[in-house]
Design a protein around this ligand. Structure first.
Ligand code: CTP
Length: 414
């Protein structure tokens, strides 16, 4: 906790009094504590006692132009290493899950780029209410941390169940774990939005190459990995263009999506989207298309058709080997069923890529359509074997590594 800056958001609940002890313990452990109190919280403990313990002025929800001019909610939320919400009431949790910002506490929580730890406390029925559980699941998916609640007697007589605020040492323990994890994480090295100001171009999904107006050549790609990369890049602050073949996935939020069908259309869309700092080619582009696709449907009653195939343009190789406007980092994928890493290393050179993300797509691996992926990152420096991860986590790690790569190449150029 030494020298860590904690922003404590105190919600309105009977357990708010425990915050006084929490502040004392956090400070004993070496942290500095700044407090924001909701209007309801001030009904349970006074800003005066909170301020006496933090040795700092207390920020309340009673809107004050002075507060805003002196420090501002953005600074308040950023000048901290960790935000702790205790007690996190059903109302605060619902506001956070819904993205509301109608008072100081919720605005600070919306504006922060730091980890957030919630210590919920409420009546067991309110905790178990499907709306609260939905909100908690949403916040967990958004990366918010939780400690508790504990199960036990409540302030109201005859009410027992989950909903008690955890004890102060448990909150400190959870806070320590988050801060320790953060110090060792790549995010701690590169910042929370390391791709801000960058353009990231991603291809995803299969391509469909028409045989006639109703039939096409396709492959088993679901687009999950490519879409996850676009999502991860946007979450890390990049402007993202996603060029995708036909998939049944929702568009990732805050991403420009360009929909195409064929490899040739994908190449044109990619070229139109350049320049980009990073280009990740996760699409499973069909290697061949039919030499010509008749305008009319091929009838069964006619002569048995034979397909004449011609090779499609290789989009990765076209961009990887281009002399002008080449992205600083070109990432290809290699879907292999044997000799995974040696084939990938060959592809890296042959296609002019900086990195190849290689994976084993043997049917037994369940990569196609599945949510997990075991990949190897092939770079000029060698091969890294990554553990089996969700496609989202592969995407996040890849984009964090990409951010570091750009940072180093910018430093080398200076
Ligand atoms: N790729 C591409 N355009 C193509 C074919 C492939 O951009 N016409 C890209 C893919 O998006 C991927 C990489 O090249 O990033 C490797 O794709 P893969 O299908 O594994 O390689 P191929 O070149 O098709 O080789 P092969 O199928 O013979 O293994």
């Amino acid at each position: 906790m030494k020298q860590q800056r904690i922003l404590l958001i105190i919600g309105g609940g009977i357990a708010a009094y425990k915050c006084l002890d929490l502040i004392r313990r956090l400070r004993e452990a070496g942290a500095s504590v700044r407090a924001v109190m909701t209007r309801a919280a001030t009904e349970f403990v006074t800003p005066l006692s909170v301020g006496a313990l933090t040795s700092e002025r207390v920020f309340t929800d009673l809107f004050s132009l002075n507060d805003e001019q002196e420090i501002g909610h953005i600074r308040l939320s950023r000048e901290a290493d960790l935000l702790i919400v205790a007690p996190a009431t059903a109302d605060l949790i619902a506001k956070m899950a819904g993205g509301h910002a109608d008072d100081l506490a919720s605005t600070v929580l919306m504006a922060t780029d730091k980890p957030v730890l919630l210590a919920p406390a409420m009546n067991p029925r309110m905790w178990l209410n499907p709306a609260t559980q939905r909100n908690v699941a949403q916040l967990r998916a958004d990366g918010v941390h939780f400690v508790g609640p504990n199960t036990g007697e409540m302030a109201e007589r005859d009410e027992a169940g989950p909903g008690r605020l955890v004890e102060v040492p448990e909150i400190i323990d959870a806070a320590n774990k988050i801060l320790a994890g953060r110090r060792g994480s790549p995010l701690a090295r590169v910042g929370a939005r390391p791709l801000a100001g960058r353009h990231v171009l991603v291809t995803s999904g299969p391509t469909h190459e028409p045989i006639d107006p109703v039939r096409y050549i396709a492959n088993r790609s679901s687009g999950k990995q490519g879409h996850a990369i676009a999502r991860a890049a946007a979450a890390l602050g990049a402007r993202v263009t996603l060029v995708t073949g036909p998939v049944s996935l929702a568009d990732p939020p805050s991403v420009d999506v360009v929909r195409v069908e064929t490899a040739e259309q994908m190449l044109h869309a990619v070229q139109a989207a350049l320049p980009a700092g990073i280009a990740a080619f996760a699409a499973a582009v069909a290697d061949w298309r039919t030499a010509s696709a008749p305008r009319e449907k091929i009838k069964k009653s006619g002569a048995k058709p034979s397909l004449e195939l011609v090779e499609n343009p290789d989009i990765l190789a076209t961009v990887g080997k281009s002399r002008s406007g080449r992205p600083t980092l070109v990432i290809g994928f290699a879907a292999e069923t044997e000799n995974v890493t040696s084939e990938a290393a060959k592809k890296r050179k042959a296609k002019g890529a900086d990195w190849i993300v290689a994976n084993d797509v043997s049917p037994s691996r369940g990569v196609f359509g599945g949510d997990g992926n075991t990949v190897h990152l092939v770079t000029a420096d060698g091969i890294e074997d990554w553990p089996t991860l969700s496609k989202d986590e592969v995407a996040r790690r890849l984009m964090l590594r990409a951010a570091e790569f750009l940072r180093h190449s910018a430093a080398a150029a200076e």
